[in-house]
Design a protein around this ligand. Structure first.
Ligand SMILES: NC(=O)c1ccc[n+]([C@@H]2O[C@H](COP(=O)([O-])OP(=O)(O)OC[C@H]3O[C@@H](n4cnc5c(N)ncnc54)[C@H](O)[C@@H]3O)[C@@H](O)[C@H]2O)c1
Length: 269
């Protein structure tokens, strides 16, 4: 423990169960001294185990469907009441693909589902930031992090429409990062995380295959959810005050490796 977040207050979206990246991040933020508010979609709160985490870190839980303007406004109002002021950090750890759920191939997606996917997984970051800006809910030098995946830049066929959602998410992070930075000195970044065994991750077809491929292709191996939580802590801390509008690869070197010896050897077999 380094007390990196002593006195800081934050909102964490997306803790569904113990495997969730958001779950691990909430625990690490709490260990580093932060006070947390947990939030998730009403349906996920009924299915998930968020109350167990809430008890463990002594955090209130406020339900919020991130695709609803009213829910997001309600969450921010209640958070500001609870903390008697603004927050210092927010984790957007939310993803959902309706076409993947319905088993639709990328070349045959349903555009109604697609609009919902883009709204929940990407434009929700815009909605959240726009609401916070309007309500002046994030303190100066505050930090917002959203989770992304390298399918935003390179093709992973089974990642389907989520590739487009992540490209949009990263773009919103950059664009809003400019406006929030100039107006309020708030910074916004996305973390592009290694494949990680969670509920959302395991929903992608062929997940085990590309998880072990990524492991073989990464000089340091895949980054775990715990590693990701630690990286989030640094980005919420004052040690990274001048980092904004970035998509930060947190993937053991996968993104810049052309080919690894392990993969070459496999191909020669
Ligand atoms: N697991 C991976 O391999 C991996 C890799 C890179 C990035 N990511 C990203 O990390 C983030 C967290 O995912 P995870 O892997 O921890 O899985 P997870 O399933 O534990 O978390 C996804 C969360 O999104 C929430 N959510 C879905 N719809 C919502 C809505 N309408 N409103 C509010 N919340 C909603 C779910 O309830 C859940 O808590 C996602 O953005 C995901 O795309 C995951």
């Amino acid at each position: 423990m380094y007390n990196l977040l002593q006195g800081k207050k934050g909102i964490i979206f997306g803790a569904l169960d113990e495997k969730s990246i958001a779950w691990k991040t909430a625990i690490r933020c709490n260990e580093e001294g932060a006070q947390i508010i947990l939030t998730n979609a009403p349906i996920a709160m009924r299915m998930g185990e968020i109350n167990k985490l809430a008890e463990q870190i002594n955090a209130p839980v406020i339900s919020c469907d991130i695709s609803s303007n009213e829910d997001v406004a309600n969450l921010i109002t209640k958070s500001m009441e609870h903390f008697a002021g603004g927050v210092d950090f927010i984790l957007h750890s939310v993803g959902m693909s309706l076409n993947i759920r319905k088993g639709k191939h990328y070349t045959e997606i349903d555009y109604g589902f697609n609009a919902k996917t883009l709204d929940i997984s990407a434009m929700s970051l815009h909605r959240l930031l726009a609401t916070c800006l309007k309500m002046d809910a994030i303190n100066e030098w505050g930090s917002v992090v959203a989770l992304s995946y390298i399918a935003a830049q390179r093709v992973f066929p089974d990642y389907n429409e989520m590739a487009d959602a992540k490209a949009l998410l990263e773009s919103v992070g950059r664009s809003f990062g400019y406006h929030y930075g100039t107006k309020k000195k708030v910074r916004i970044n996305t973390i592009s995380q290694s494949p990680t065994r969670t509920t959302a991750g395991s929903g992608v077809k062929g997940f085990d295959g590309f998880m072990s491929y990524a492991e073989k292709m990464s000089p340091l191996g895949n980054a775990s959810a715990e590693d990701c939580a630690n990286y989030c802590v640094t980005l919420f801390s004052d040690m990274t005050r001048m980092v904004t509008m970035q998509n930060l690869f947190h993937d053991g070197g996968f993104s810049f490796t052309g080919v690894s010896q392990a993969v070459v050897e496999q191909m020669e077999k």
